[in-house]
Design a protein around this ligand. Structure first.
Ligand SMILES: [Zn+2]
Length: 203
């Protein structure tokens, strides 16, 4: 037997502030009650790896205090081009996450579907996103999460060349801790605490 990992992903908590939901985004914002219930269920679980995508305002206002309270680490996958835009965290928030011991991952410069970009544009989206995040956060960025969970062989090939330690998808299921490609489960608006418990007990 070996331990598998559950990569559990969130987006926003509550509602967007200062902007509308993006296309298809509504189902990815969860209630504060479900978020807190999930953290309660994750406390003390070293086989759960939490992540928060998109750099929403709730990352620092809601998520960070709760992670501190539960003494849970997490990775925040950020789009550098959105920093400081209405509804998103800014560069000071980014530093606050890092100084609280949180990891920063690249979610692409501007949250684009990488499979629809020409190779040069795709490389810019990946490398410029990382460069800005490292510059603004003062921390190294070793992980990438593909926007919308969409990727193909060309995207993976480019990410391998850029020496990412892990690439996160939205494919679902448990993960092998050492695997380069890491599937994630996402907590969604329609989930109940029981649904989340099921996500946390797969084997
Ligand atoms: Zn995203």
């Amino acid at each position: 037997m070996h331990t598998q990992l559950i990569n559990l992903g969130f987006h926003g908590i509550g509602h967007p502030i200062g902007r509308d939901f993006g296309p298809g985004e509504r189902d990815y914002w969860v209630s504060p009650a479900l978020f807190h219930a999930t953290l309660d269920a994750c406390a003390g679980r070293s086989d759960v790896n939490l992540s928060f995508d998109d750099g929403n305002w709730s990352d620092v206002a809601v998520v960070l205090p709760a992670l501190r309270e539960h003494q849970l680490p997490a990775t925040f996958f950020i789009n550098a081009a959105r920093l400081g835009q209405p509804g998103f965290i800014d560069r000071h928030d980014l530093r606050e996450l890092v100084s609280a011991g949180m990891r920063i991952g690249n979610h692409g410069l501007a949250h684009l579907d990488l499979t629809r970009l020409e190779p040069a544009r795709r490389e810019h989206e990946i490398t410029q996103g990382r460069r800005l995040l490292e510059e603004l956060s003062g921390a190294a960025v070793h992980t990438f999460a593909v926007a919308y969970g969409i990727y193909d062989d060309a995207v993976l090939e480019q990410l391998r060349k850029l020496d990412y330690e892990h690439v996160y998808t939205s494919d679902g299921g448990a993960a092998e801790p050492q695997a380069w490609l890491q599937p994630r489960e996402h907590v969604k608006a329609h989930h109940t605490a029981l649904d989340v418990a099921r996500l946390l007990t797969q084997d």
